[in-house]
Design a protein around this ligand. Structure first.
Ligand SMILES: Cc1cc2nc3c(=O)[nH]c(=O)nc-3n(C[C@H](O)[C@H](O)[C@H](O)COP(=O)(O)O)c2cc1C
Length: 390
């Protein structure tokens, strides 16, 4: 499939992927691009099991033996595990930075591979186009880089990517880009978020280039007005500026904690706060997608075996790792005889430096009464009405 003049999509759409290291997805794609200039270049590869389709896609356009270079922007296996076959079938030189080389040498038998090791800002002339390599370490591995082609194409690897399986190749072809933006946010919230402090300098570096297409390694290609929009979104998502929004997460065995969650939501909505309620067993990427830009995080858990309910503990550990910051934290829950869950939630809030708002009315013995729920509703209303800006 053609992206632009003599640039082709040769990647593979994975329609059936529903899991990606702990995240729930509805398919994805492993994107690879073929540039036909004086030199023939492949940018990034696909997962090993999709190699037959990948090489067939290439062979439909050019004899694979004519490929001169394979650019490897990132060593992660979803892009690299087919390289052993691709290098053998093409005989092409592998262009990568020294960290990526170190990782590939560990992962595969690279004894017979021919390498060209490049550093940030080095260039490679391939005819009419010049490729420039720009290191983007920690977005999202230590080895990442992007490749800018002088015809205005940024091959961004995982940055600006989305887990999305579609027959359309361009973001603007699906809901005017809406679906791609949603999935890009999901991807950012679950994969890029802990490294968001590195995003600003990368965006600044990229601002000096004319970009007509952003071709990521997953999902759809950004072009036209959507380029500025996705760059703006990356700046926004990495800024930690919250909306007047509350995310209420809860686990429950017999729905008492759920009743508290709904009462808190009622109060917050009354105070004009946007509310999202999610069970802690929801996919973590869906939770993080909503939570990332919320001001209030309210987490509820029943007490179970003198401890926190395990599905809630699980989400606390994701929070500690992905580190969404600058939030107001509230813990709540139902218990039978001795309340033990909320202390664990507050421990996480403290680690993340959240402003904690606490009240005894949020710990309820067994099934909440009408009066207890009224108090929770009132708590939610006050929380949303007070200026809790950190
Ligand atoms: C398997 C199990 C273990 C429990 N362990 C405790 C406990 O150690 N301490 C306690 O105070 N309550 C305990 N409870 C009681 C629950 O905390 C109580 O029923 C609470 O209302 C459940 O809230 P939920 O309806 O949101 O699940 C336990 C309940 C179950 C089912």
């Amino acid at each position: 499939m053609k992206i632009t003049d003599r640039v082709y999509y040769v990647g593979v759409v994975d329609w059936k992927a529903n899991h990606f290291h702990g995240f729930d997805i509805q398919g994805t794609s492993y994107n690879s691009y073929l540039i036909l200039d004086d030199k023939k270049v492949i940018i990034d590869a696909v997962k090993k099991e999709y190699y037959p389709t990948f090489i067939e896609n290439i062979a439909k356009i050019i004899n694979p033996k004519k490929i001169d270079y394979i650019i490897v922007n990132h060593a992660e296996m979803d892009h690299s595990s087919s390289l052993e076959y691709l290098v053998k079938d093409t005989g092409a030189k592998v262009v990568l930075n020294k960290v990526t080389k170190e990782y590939l040498d560990k992962m595969y038998d690279t004894t017979d591979w021919h390498f060209m090791v490049v550093d940030s800002n080095e260039t490679l002339d391939i005819g009419e186009r010049t490729l420039k390599f720009i290191r983007t370490p920690m977005l999202h591995w230590t080895d990442n880089m992007v490749t800018y082609s002088s015809d205005g194409i940024l091959y961004s690897n995982d940055a600006f990517g989305q887990h999305l399986a579609t027959s359309e190749r361009f973001a603007d072809q699906i809901d005017g880009g809406g679906r791609s933006f949603y999935e890009a946010k999901d991807y950012f919230a679950s994969i890029i978020l802990p490294y968001r402090m590195f995003v600003g300098s990368v965006l600044e570096e990229l601002s000096q280039y004319d970009i007509n297409y952003i071709c990521p390694a997953h999902g759809t290609v950004w072009r036209g007005d959507l380029i500025d929009d996705i760059i703006y979104k990356y700046a926004l998502w990495s800024s930690d500026v919250p909306k007047n929004k509350a995310v209420i997460l809860y686990g429950t065995m017999y729905e008492s904690t759920e009743k508290i969650a709904y009462a808190l939501a009622d109060g917050l909505v009354n105070a004009g706060v946007t509310v999202r309620i999610l069970n802690t067993e929801s996919p973590v990427n869906k939770i993080m997608n909503e939570l990332m830009d919320a001001r209030y995080v309210l987490i509820g858990s029943p007490t179970m075996n003198a401890n926190i309910y395990p599905p809630v503990r699980n989400i606390l550990s994701w929070l500690e790792d992905l580190k969404p910051i600058d939030k107001v934290g509230v813990a709540f829950g139902s218990y039978g005889w001795v309340e033990c869950a909320t202390g664990h939630i507050y421990e996480t809030f403290k680690k993340l430096n959240y402003k904690i708002v606490d009240d005894e009315c949020l710990k309820i013995q067994f099934i909440p009464s009408v009066e207890e729920l009224r108090e929770c509703r009132e708590f939610g209303r006050k929380l949303g009405s007070t200026n809790n800006k950190n």
